[in-house]
Design a protein around this ligand. Structure first.
Ligand code: HXC
Length: 519
């Protein structure tokens, strides 16, 4: 072969690799409304930035006649590229090759890019579309999975890890995405479960569809496994680009600051009327978030899950932050098991990756009842408290309205090392709401009052007295638990200035192997 022939051989091999499992299987993939592994990479990365590794890797299996079936790249496309000019490593499973199933060599390719991402300090994005362990390879496939799991664990908190699920993800295969920071699923074309409908039927007798057992909607709204759902793959890949834009490359870098044309001193007059005077009238805390952040842009995480708390990313004067806000519009913004877990995980992500946390508080307390107590609200609530108390990133808290009881302490209070704690004049910071307090404090007197009208007058009078004394921000401000009471329309400006002030904040936890968060 002369050098021209050798170059032609290279071009032919590349062409063969790019065809994956062949035209027929690519057609089947498209007919399901799915893209191929390489098409997904094209959408995700900046144009022309992809550098592929291990295109010529093939499996080494000789069982079940597998040696007769060799596909270049072995069912997963790996490498690195850029998103808005910043490096990311990625793998994209190719369902057209053995159903994207994971062989020893397929796993080794994923491990190679993960190892390099750790050395370089760059995020890893995994695009999953796989029938699970390559059945013909047996235990070697299981070992391959475990190699990936261990890397996911060691990379956690060092580099951001994001999983997209664009097809099957079943059995033990679910645990790699579960170990990453964010899971995005495509609606109707992806599913995740440890055991599928058939085994479920055999073992428990329950009949359930794939979609109901492990589809995107279920995981987004009930299990909380999926942080994000996309209508289709293209939308999902663009969402990942957006998500990455809020994150630093690794845990020793700061998040990327971008130019901002939204004035930092933009007054939002509407906020002065944001809190309804009627205590029973709810409002949408997302309206407050949209009003204060740059260009009204808020990237919400877990939108359909535990809607009584809102979490997500936004920017203030171009600085990325994580936002946590109680949602009075849903279950009065009460803290329950799911809300506590959701917010705790988010707060810990922010702390890992140097994202300041802005907390908007309007919380009536923890949800009472046997379902919560028996479900372990004590431990789950403690997770959120732990996450806030352990976080050393800048923490800015704005109390909008209610901040009652234990929930007051949990929601980034001063004593959990909240750096700057502001309150709106509408804030009510107290041990409990006026009605509950009166019943406990005045119980005996109430029993002696027989006449209904007289009793109502008595309660109203006491409520007024209690409100004046406790249901306001000034009692807390008097002790310095609140640094200042601010006019709502100034909130954006006050947050921007707080973030600027805290940019050089240094705080540390005592040296230890790791903490023991109440899991
Ligand atoms: C080898 C596989 C495969 C697998 C699919 N294929 N899964 N090859 N190992 N695990 C192959 C098929 O033989 C077929 O090859 C091609 O991929 C496409 O599969 P289809 O069945 O035609 O596709 P579809 O109808 O879309 O069904 C997709 C599927 C189904 C639901 C994923 O293929 C399936 O149930 N696969 C087996 C799933 C499974 O039991 N995996 C092991 C789980 S245990 P041809 O040549 O016809 O194109 C596990 C343990 C991990 O993963 C533990 C980690 C700790």
């Amino acid at each position: 072969m002369n050098s021209q022939d050798k170059i032609k051989q290279l071009i032919d091999l590349r062409e063969r690799a790019r065809k994956g499992g062949g035209e027929k299987r690519i057609k089947v993939q498209h007919s399901k409304g799915k893209h191929t592994a390489r098409e997904r990479i094209q959408i995700l990365l900046d144009e022309g930035s992809f550098e592929e590794y291990d295109m010529f890797v093939t499996h080494r299996s000789h069982d079940f006649g597998l040696e007769q079936q060799q596909y270049l790249a072995d069912g997963v496309v790996t490498g690195h590229g850029t998103i808005d000019g910043r490096i990311v490593y990625l793998y994209s499973q190719d369902f057209t090759v053995f159903g994207g199933s994971l062989s020893e060599t397929h796993a080794a390719k994923i491990c190679k890019i993960m190892d390099q991402a750790m050395k370089v300090g760059a995020p890893v994005i995994g695009i999953n579309d796989s029938g699970g362990a390559r059945i013909q390879e047996g235990v070697r496939s299981l070992a391959g999975y475990a190699e990936i799991f261990e890397r996911n664990i060691l990379a956690s908190g060092v580099i951001p890890q994001i999983s997209a699920i664009f097809g099957p993800c079943a059995g033990g295969a679910v645990y790699s995405p579960a170990l990453t920071d964010f899971i995005l699923m495509s609606d109707q074309t992806s599913y995740m479960f440890v055991t599928g409908p058939k085994v479920t039927k055999t073992v428990t007798g329950e009949t359930i569809s794939t979609e109901a057992l492990g589809g995107a909607q279920m995981h987004a709204s009930r299990s909380g496994v999926a942080h994000l759902v996309a209508g289709d793959e293209e939308e999902g890949l663009l969402m990942i680009r957006k998500l990455i834009s809020y994150m630093p490359q690794n845990n020793v870098e700061d998040p990327p600051i971008t130019e901002c044309s939204d004035p930092i001193d933009r007054l939002e007059d509407s906020l002065n009327d944001a809190i309804p005077d009627n205590p029973n009238e709810p409002y949408d805390v997302k309206d407050v978030i949209f009003a204060i952040v740059d260009h009204n842009e808020f990237f919400e995480i877990h939108r359909q899950y535990a809607m009584n708390i809102v979490v997500g990313f936004a920017k203030f004067n171009g600085m990325p932050v994580g936002i946590v806000a109680n949602q009075p519009n849903h279950m009065a913004g009460v803290l329950d098991i799911e809300a506590s877990r959701k917010a705790a995980r988010f707060v810990r992500f922010c702390d890992c990756f140097n994202l300041p946390i802005v907390t908007l508080v309007d919380v009536p307390g923890f949800l009472p009842g046997s379902a919560q107590e028996h479900g372990g609200i004590i431990l789950h609530g403690a997770k959120l408290m732990f996450a806030y108390g352990e976080a050393t990133v800048p923490k800015i808290t704005i109390t909008l309205k209610k901040s009652y009881g234990g929930a007051h302490d949990v929601m980034s209070s001063k004593q959990l090392r909240g750096d700057i704690n502001y309150a709106w004049p509408t804030a009510e910071i107290a041990v409990m709401g006026p009605k509950g307090a009166i019943e406990i404090l005045e119980g005996k007197t109430l029993k002696t009052i027989q006449e209904r009208e007289e009793m109502l007058r008595f309660v109203q009078e006491k409520e007024k007295e209690y409100k004046e004394k406790f249901a306001n921000p000034y009692e807390a401000a008097r002790y310095g638990y609140i640094d200042d009471v601010i006019e709502p329309r100034n909130t954006r400006f006050r947050i921007v200035r707080a973030l600027q002030t805290l940019a050089s904040k240094k705080d540390m936890n005592p040296p230890k192997k790791h903490s023991n968060i109440p899991l």
